[in-house]
Design a protein around this ligand. Structure first.
Ligand code: SER
Length: 589
């Protein structure tokens, strides 16, 4: 079954069950600078899962473009992908377990023709908060899943997203498929690798609050996710994802331009990396955000992907100057444009941007190679020191693996530990730099600016109280004269809401609350429920400002030491900043 067929069948099926098919959100989240990429189908829907009414109603389905870069180095094996697609259907306070389970079963067995004998499920075994999900187990039994094919697992497996993260959450039921030719065992053992998870149905019924408590969501939701690459491979009987029909044309083209074969083990990894990365590059460049390769954020990820692609293309002796990259990009565009129409619209931009970065890097790559030759001629001993390796990385854009590989070919080693230490130091510096930048140039704060910084924390807390927990900071800008604060909220604030928020901030000021500065590992801060605007951009150890029970935020500072120092807070204006984001201008008098 091709991925196009799978997507059609899935979306038609849920349309038939009253769902509105919504387009994929971009890979680069709109109005959510807290993350660089959309990493799951439900991510763009979080505000609606928390209770905001969705304009398309209470039953939604889509295929979402997803991007994960935390394990870029893993790409090259059988299962990892930088870009992938996720099918999902959602109930926003509409249907719950009964329909969700019945429909999953119907789609899998009647439309995807999976024999029921090949299916097994896990359900939540219960904890102090929620009892075992006998309801889900019974619903599966009613559908014809045998008792031995139902496993009860704990929070590590059957709770989404996990017990640490705040936000909407709940227990889930996961559906597994037996992919081996061996006889299907009667008893389901989730540890047996022949059982592959194909679908996850989350029954969201709690809000995990920043103070650690779980409160029932006003409306119960269903959030399901099915990874397209895995399911297509499984349905086509492949254990190597790259052998599924999704990759056939892309890999055939790489074989053609390189003259190398995928099945030749010497080349398999490089071909997988080129295939994965070029598809991801096309999807990233194809977004209407029109990002280009750069040294920060998404642009940096894009640059790394393109450089890695070229480096691996060279190992296959591909003629880098030829148009091999556009040829493969065109295949990807054609394969995906039906669902992601922006790819067609942005086609020239994709091809041109890819080509420009390729030409640019190839030029420095050649200079770097000459530099490398010089180094090896003059080197004392057999080790390339950390400073030289870092220069090759920093000045010539050499990924460290390239330096290592070139060194090896000529009988040298590289001081990898030294390089890593230097690299991390450099990363920490640039991360600290962005922390400063994103908090509005705090380093140069004067007395008034410092007061305004603290006022943004109080306003953030007040808005949460007045408008709801969905409020999060989306930006701020501070001068000695005023503050501007952008936050996620779908509607214009009423005069009454503005007044309430203003009064609340003034109340916090009059309470004379001490402002404490804490330092802790980032994970711990997240666990404590600290607010933050750009979690990925902070170093591992973060500064957290605690204002009594009112506010806890990761922030570079500086802040006043007591809220009483702020004076009187006045909201001057409330307006739209961009879709789903409001802006408040306020002063301290
Ligand atoms: N959010 C769940 C997942 O990503 C179901 O969509 O698995």
């Amino acid at each position: 079954m091709s991925s196009i067929d799978l997507k059609k069948i899935y979306l038609n099926f849920f349309e038939g069950k009253g769902h509105k098919i919504i387009p994929s959100a971009p890979v680069i989240p709109e109005n959510d600078p807290t993350v660089l990429f959309n990493t799951a189908g439900m991510q763009p829907l979080v505000p609606y899962l928390k209770g905001l009414p969705h304009p398309e109603g209470t039953r939604l389905a889509d295929v979402q473009k997803c991007f994960r870069t935390n394990d870029l180095e893993e790409v090259g094996d059988k299962t990892h992908h930088t870009f992938f697609e996720m099918l999902g259907n959602w109930s926003l306070g509409d249907y719950f377990k009964e329909e969700s389970i019945a429909w999953s079963f119907e789609l899998l067995t009647k439309y995807l023709n999976i024999p029921v004998e090949r299916l097994a499920v896990t359900v939540f075994k219960g904890n102090e908060l929620v009892p075992a999900d006998e309801e889900a187990a019974n619903l599966w039994l009613e559908q014809g899943i045998l008792k031995d094919r139902i496993a009860y697992l704990g929070v590590d497996d059957n709770w989404w997203p996990n017990m640490e993260l705040t936000g909407p959450c709940g227990s889930d039921t996961e559906i597994f498929y037996w992919r081996s030719d061996e006889a299907v065992p009667d008893k389901f053992d989730p540890e047996n690798e022949n059982w592959v998870e194909i679908w996850n149905n989350v029954f969201m019924q709690y809000m995990h609050n920043p103070d650690g408590t779980f409160t029932p969501l006003e409306k119960k939701n269903v959030d399901t996710g099915m990874g397209v690459e895995r399911v297509v491979a499984v349905l086509e009987g492949q254990t190597d994802n790259y052998k599924s029909s999704i990759w056939t044309d892309i890999i055939a083209k790489i074989e053609e331009v390189s003259g190398k074969k995928y099945d030749d083990e010497k080349y398999t990894t490089a071909i997988r990396i080129i295939a994965d990365h070029l598809r991801a590059i096309v999807m990233l460049l194809g977004d209407d955000a029109k990002i280009t390769p750069s040294n920060k954020d998404q642009g940096y990820v894009l640059r790394r992907l393109i450089r890695r692609t070229i480096r691996y293309a060279r190992t296959l002796d591909i003629n880098i100057d030829s148009d091999w990259d556009s040829q493969i990009a065109n295949i990807v565009i054609n394969q995906y444009k039906e669902y992601y129409t922006e790819l067609d619209r942005n086609k020239d931009f994709i091809i041109e941007s890819l080509k420009n970065e390729k030409v640019k890097f190839n030029r420095t790559l050649e200079k770097g190679l000459r530099e490398f030759e010089k180094i090896t001629k003059t080197i004392q001993g057999t080790e390339i020191d950390k400073d030289t390796a870092f220069k090759l990385y920093d000045t010539y854009g050499f990924p460290i693996e390239l330096t290592e590989e070139l060194a090896k070919e000529q009988g040298f080693t590289v001081d990898m530990d030294g390089f890593k230490a230097k690299f991390e130091e450099h990363q920490a510096k640039s991360r600290a730099g962005s922390e400063q930048k994103f908090k509005g140039g705090l380093a140069s704060s004067g007395e008034m600016e410092t007061k305004y910084h603290t006022a943004t924390h109080l306003l953030n807390a007040a808005l949460k109280k007045v408008l709801g927990e969905h409020v999060h900071q989306r930006g701020s800008n501070i001068t000695a004269e005023r503050m501007r604060f952008d936050f996620a909220h779908g509607e214009k604030m009423t005069d009454e809401e503005k007044k309430k928020a203003e009064d609340l901030v003034n109340e916090y000021i009059s309470m004379a609350i001490p402002v404490e500065r804490l330092e802790m590992p980032k994970e711990e801060a997240v666990k404590m429920g600290a607010e933050c605007e750009f979690i990925e951009r902070y170093p591992d150890i973060v500064t957290v400002y605690k204002i009594g029970d009112v506010s806890l935020e990761i922030c570079g500072g500086p802040h006043v030491s007591n809220t009483s120092e702020l004076g009187h807070f006045v909201i001057k204006k409330e307006e739209s900043s961009s879709s789903g984001v409001r802006r408040i201008k306020a002063v301290l008098e």
